[in-house]
Design a binder for this molecule. Structure first.
Ligand code: ATP
Ligand code: MG
Length: 576
């Protein structure tokens, strides 16, 4: 259970609310026990008084007590729910923000370990499950303990042996049932958490890959797989319900036996009274009510397995160490950027071959470099190292002669404009999708950027910049997506442009226009452009050819042409 310690520490922040919730829960429980006990005694005493023909029976006081207890119970339950849920939601909010804050610096390198659906599940469902810890475990347990003590002490005013007997049975039940049901429920809880996650991940993949699955005709197979996991999940849920039912049945049995015992013991009289009287009803109803207070405890411990499994899954995220730390102190971004790579080598985790080997390169301020090379030769990796998605294992990268690690993150982001190979479209408005590159940009700047990249037709939508893109909204074609990426780059406009195949998927005419635009807007910028297309490459100052993670050729277009070699091969293959 030590996995829960960090989460218990979180409760300290909202301890006052949570303690108040427990106090209110105890008051409510005691009020309901008081209500049942008093009513039982009151009815029995009133009827006995009637039979005996007593007219001096004071019914005002007990009736007021019953009413008072009923009001306290209702009001107590209302405020207990209000306060304890408010406290729990605050804890969950804090936990969710903490988990997300830990997640952010992991992006993107470490996050590849988690499947998308799984990550979402951890962030939403697992965090939600942790609300059981307070609401279903801690609060009922403390409440039940208080009830046992109060019942024992309260009843001992009337009859010590009876009170002790009932108290001991309650205490033993409270000590025995939770560990028993914790043991029985733990594997079920863990399985439930894992199956829920597996089902959601599978469902997400099924939905996302629907087009491919249908094309290849394997959608029914996949659906079957999903159904199978769902059935297993439901079977485990059933198992948990059965456990829950048996815990309640067990408790009911113990409660029934105890009531019989108390009835038998109290039949000989309660306290100093030796004849049976209304106090029998008081003890019996008190016993029934006290067992009701114990009911949530046995259930609670079944959920503990689920809570522990969820806590472990969240800890797997929060305990990850970011692969890249921005601890530098250079805050001032520069208007002109020069870049050097010295003997840079990099391997992805668990990769057999290095993605980059001893790459050395110098880019003067304002210089433009085209990077070409076969697929998988490490071009995108090189750009990602410059944006610090990962740090190289060997060698050094400097910006304006300062190591990359010495720049603060916001300065580095401000200086670099990136069009990545896969432009991500956020499920948000067109405006928001553009603003992320330049949060302060005006609507007219956004419109102008769209017009520059030839995406003005997106503005033809009646909602204009407020039209929804991505999930649930307008989908963009590959070429449109890419141009949206370039519009973002125009808005961001840093001093170093890193373009990963910016014209891939565009027709020859649009490609020409985009290359022309890029040439214009980057005339005083430093540029590295990865490309497979050799159109317009002669406008670049130098060309680097990559192969197997190495930079095998570097020079001007003319020099490389004159030299022959791999660049000429490319030239022949790609230039029509
Ligand atoms: P392309 O022209 O197809 O875009 P590229 O030159 O950009 O190729 P990279 O994406 O840099 O190639 O990949 C270089 C090598 O590293 C490839 O062998 C690739 O499989 C591998 N690789 C890329 N990304 C990862 C990753 N996240 N984890 C492990 N290996 C990776
Ligand atoms: Mg690439």
């Amino acid at each position: 259970m030590k996995q829960l310690l960090p989460y218990l520490a979180l409760y300290r922040r909202h301890s006052i609310r949570l303690l108040l919730g427990i106090v209110l829960a105890v008051v409510t429980l005691l009020a309901s026990i008081g209500l049942l006990t008093l009513s039982g005694w009151f009815l029995a005493a009133a009827s006995l008084a009637g039979f005996a023909g007593l007219y001096s029976f004071n019914y005002m006081l007990p009736a007021a007590g019953v009413r008072g207890a009923a009001i306290i119970r209702t009001a107590g339950r209302y405020f207990e729910r209000l306060v304890s849920h408010d406290g729990t939601f605050r804890v969950l909010q804090h936990l969710r923000v903490t988990t997300f804050t830990r997640l952010l610096p992991l992006t993107p390198g470490r996050l590849y370990r988690f499947q998308q659906g799984d990550l979402l599940n951890r962030l939403v469902a697992d965090v939600d499950t942790l609300d059981h810890l307070y609401l279903r475990v801690i609060s009922p347990l403390v409440g039940a303990l208080c009830v046992v003590l109060v019942v024992m002490v309260g009843l001992s005013w009337l009859d010590v042996p009876l009170a002790l007997t009932l108290g001991l049975i309650l205490l033993l039940t409270l000590l025995a049932l939770p560990p028993l049901f914790y043991r029985l429920g733990y594997p079920v809880g863990v399985a439930l958490t894992q199956q829920r996650s597996a089902w959601r991940s599978l469902l997400m993949r099924w939905l996302q890959g629907m087009a491919e699955l249908r094309i290849y005709g394997i959608e029914p197979d996949y659906r079957q797989k999903l159904d199978k996991v769902e059935q297993q999940w439901q079977a485990t849920q059933q198992q948990q319900s059965r456990l829950s039912a048996s815990s309640q049945a067990g408790l009911l049995l113990i409660s029934g036996l105890t009531v019989t015992l108390i009835l038998w013991l109290s039949a000989g009289g309660v306290g100093s009274t030796l004849s049976p009287g209304a106090a029998i009803a008081l003890f019996v109803f008190c016993c029934l009510a006290a067992f009701e207070a114990l009911a949530p405890v046995a259930n609670a411990f079944q959920y503990l397995g689920q809570v522990i499994a969820s806590a472990e899954r969240i800890s797997e995220i929060t305990q990850q160490q970011p692969g890249v730390r921005f601890a530098g102190d250079r805050q001032q971004s520069a208007q002109q950027v020069s870049l050097t790579l010295q003997q840079v080598s990099f391997s992805y985790e668990n990769a057999t071959f290095p993605a980059l080997q001893q790459v050395s390169l110098q880019l003067r301020a304002g210089e433009k470099l085209a990077l070409i090379g076969r697929t998988g030769s490490g071009k995108s990796t090189l750009l990602q190292l410059i944006t610090r998605a990962w740090d190289p294992q060997q060698g050094e990268i400097t910006l304006n002669d300062y190591p990359l690690a010495s720049w603060q993150e916001h300065a580095l982001r401000k200086m670099t404009t990136v069009v990545s190979q896969r432009v991500h479209l956020f499920s948000a408005t067109l405006r928001d999708n553009l603003l992320l590159a330049a949060p302060g940009a005006s609507d007219s700047q956004l419109v102008s950027a769209l017009q520059q990249v030839g995406l003005e037709k997106l503005l033809a939508d009646p909602q204009g910049l407020h039209a929804w893109l991505g999930d649930g909204g307008r989908q963009l074609s590959g070429g449109e997506r890419r141009r949206l990426g370039i519009a973002r780059a125009l808005l961001h406009d840093g001093a170093l442009w890193l373009l990963d195949e910016p014209t891939e998927g565009l027709d020859a005419h649009t490609e020409q226009q985009i290359l022309h635009l890029l040439h214009q807007v980057t005339h005083d910028k430093s540029v590295i452009m990865v490309t497979h297309r050799l159109q317009g490459i002669e406008n670049m100052d130098r060309i680097g050819v990559m192969d197997g993670g190495q930079l095998v050729e570097l020079g001007s277009h003319e020099a490389l042409m004159a030299k022959g070699g791999r660049y000429s091969d490319f030239q022949q293959r790609f230039t029509l």
